[in-house]
Design a binder for this molecule. Structure first.
Ligand SMILES: Nc1ncnc2c1ncn2[C@@H]1O[C@H](COP(=O)(O)OP(=O)(O)OP(=O)(O)O)[C@@H](O)[C@H]1O
Ligand SMILES: [Mg+2]
Length: 583
């Protein structure tokens, strides 16, 4: 019984029925060209002949003979088996170009004409076979209209009449070469020739694929050897079996001392054990290790990972090392100086905050002092002048013209007294100390609404407790500045002020429905920068000094200022003060 593999053409298969032959499909499988050992006589001798050649070709491959020599041997063998045929093997490179590799019985013109030509279906049978991944039989090149004129005239000049081209694919199914048999007579391949094509294609595939694999390995070895990273390769029992040039240069250990030892020879037993533990737990190791190199302790950044075989078993461990001593030191120094800088900035900020708090307090005290002085001295003098003027005005000895001038002066002194009262009130409302925050705000808001014509909706708890002086002053100043801004900038006709308190904090909201603050100014302020004016910045500073929160929101429908001040602790403080004052 015949055991013809399915991808192998049988006698009954028509021309062109052979699919792409996978080089790797022949692995571990006897390449018998589709012939079984059944039968006898000439058939038997054909099988023996093929098997002998197959053994010879495989030996050439195994002993590392140059690829072209192996392909030439295959081509020649095919040519010897049938009369008037020529065999060629052509690579299809990664850029999809034709690279004639072996055509031992064809003139150089053949290779020259096809070399570097981009693969496309109608360039030649090998082009079509590569594109279709199927065997292409051209019974008569001359009459076959599929081929380019160039190919037809080139083959005609060489006396080639028929072409049977078979693609060769790698394990992934990519066409890596084609094997073409040219006949000096038109016609299709015989069954025997089909069998030869099968054998030759498989052997050529094995040779090419092995060659490509070796090329890849050579490339990898070259990359490893030239890598700037120090690389060592360890066998599954952690013995070092390879080191590259960078490794040799980094650690300065010659092969004869290093190979066969574990990495403990470089990093010591304890650090070596760390790598093993990490690989067992996490399948990889990455970290800083220390190694003594030329009598100096160096920091080495080490990565170790296993490489597995197809079956999942560990083939080897690859370890990459980089000397990071300098960069780690620089990093450490940078971190240290960064921390120092931060500490210095924090200290400076806190100094500035203390200073600004002191400035505010001094300013408030100064204002209070000026307000008193104005009231008590200038105010008293003006009152005295007014009294004198009043007495003079009523004197019978003055003329009516003098009387009228005295009256003018009296009116001016009256206005002046009123101005001084207002200024002194704005500088420091006396009611704040005596009557408390609630009464001071009520009185201030009433005066503000009257003078500005802005309706103020005020919501302030009836029983608002007395708060520490600095808190009452801060809240009063925020309300005062908030209303001043509404008057000067918002164009709003209404304003809203809400105060609410609980045990822990007091909350103040000042709102208008005016034109709002421009987004640009607001972002500028929110990013912590100073605005042109000092009003809002001053509010924020005051609140921050008292450990409160200050927020300002603004848009097309108006501006809202929201302040939250913690008061519990301060209430207690004031309580303590009050007690001691009354005691
Ligand atoms: N309620 C508001 N509505 C619209 N714009 C406002 C309002 N409040 C403040 N602004 C804008 O924000 C800016 C900064 O206000 P801020 O109170 O800090 O300074 P100022 O009022 O200009 O000057 P001053 O130092 O006298 O207070 C103002 O110039 C104004 O453009
Ligand atoms: Mg202002």
């Amino acid at each position: 019984m015949s055991s013809i593999p399915s991808q192998f053409p049988s006698k009954n298969d028509g021309p062109g029925s052979q699919k792409c032959l996978h080089a790797s499909a022949a692995k571990g499988q006897q390449v018998d060209g589709g012939l079984s050992s059944a039968g006898n006589g000439p058939l038997m001798s054909t099988v023996e002949n093929i098997l002998r050649f197959q053994a010879k070709a495989l030996e050439m491959i195994a002993t590392g003979q140059p690829l072209v020599s192996v392909l030439d041997a295959i081509s020649r063998y095919v040519e010897q088996q049938a009369e008037d045929i020529r065999c060629s093997v052509t690579f299809i490179d990664a850029e999809h170009r034709i690279r004639p590799a072996s055509a031992p019985s064809l003139p150089a013109k053949y290779k020259g004409d096809l070399d570097d030509v981009l693969v496309y279906p109608y360039i030649a049978p090998c082009g079509l076979a590569a594109c279709q991944k199927e065997q292409v039989i051209s019974e008569s090149i001359e009459l076959d209209e599929r081929w380019s004129d160039g190919f037809r005239s080139m083959t005609k000049s060489l006396g080639l009449k028929a072409c049977w081209s078979t693609p060769i694919c790698d394990a992934e199914g990519t066409v890596i070469a084609t094997l073409a048999i040219y006949s000096l007579h038109p016609g299709n391949p015989s069954a025997h020739q089909h069998q030869l094509i099968g054998v030759a294609t498989r052997l050529a595939g094995i040779a090419i694929e092995r060659h490509l694999r070796e090329e890849r390995l050579r490339l990898c070895a070259e990359i490893i050897s030239r890598s700037a990273d120090a690389i060592r390769i360890l066998d599954p029992s952690w013995k070092i079996i390879e080191q590259n040039t960078a490794h040799r240069e980094l650690f300065g250990i010659p092969d004869e001392l290093l190979l066969g030892n574990t990495p403990a020879i470089i990093f010591g037993e304890e650090q070596f054990q760390r790598q093993i533990n990490s690989l067992e737990a996490e399948k990889a190791f990455h970290g800083d290790l220390t190694a003594e190199i030329m009598g100096e302790q160096r920091i080495i950044d080490v990565t170790v990972f296993p490489v597995h075989r197809d079956g999942g078993k560990i083939a080897c461990f690859v370890s990459l090392s980089r000397d990071v001593t300098e960069s780690r030191k620089t990093q450490e120094e940078m971190e240290k100086s960064h921390a120092e800088l931060e500490t210095a900035v924090e200290a400076r900020t806190s100094q500035l905050q203390t200073l600004s708090a002191r400035l505010m307090t001094t300013q408030d005290e100064e204002r209070r002092h000026i307000a008193r002085e104005l009231h008590d001295s200038a105010g008293q003098y003006l009152a005295a002048i007014q009294m004198n003027l009043g007495a003079m005005r009523n004197s019978p000895e003055i003329t009516s013209a003098e009387k009228s001038r005295i009256q003018d002066s009296w009116d001016m002194v009256e206005r002046c007294s009123s101005e001084i009262r207002t200024i002194s009130y704005l500088l420091h409302p006396p009611l704040l100390d005596e009557m408390g925050l609630r009464y001071a705000i009520l009185s201030y808001v009433e005066g503000f609404a009257r003078r500005s014509g802005i309706r103020v909706d005020l919501d302030i708890p009836d029983g608002l407790r007395r708060l520490p002086a600095e808190i009452e002053t801060a809240i009063f100043r925020v309300v005062q500045q908030g209303l001043a801004n509404i008057h000067r900038h918002s164009e709003s006709r209404v304003a809203e002020i809400r105060l609410a308190e609980d045990n822990k904090q007091i909350k103040i909201v000042i709102r208008d429905d005016g034109r709002g603050i421009s987004a640009e100014k607001l972002n500028h302020f929110r990013s912590g920068k100073q605005l042109i004016g000092v009003g809002i910045a001053g509010m924020r500073e005051r609140i921050r000094d008292l450990h409160g929160e200050f927020d300002i929101r603004s848009g097309a429908s108006g501006t809202t200022i929201e302040v939250n001040l913690p008061v519990l602790q301060r209430l207690n403080t004031r309580g303590a003060k009050t007690k001691s004052a009354t005691a």
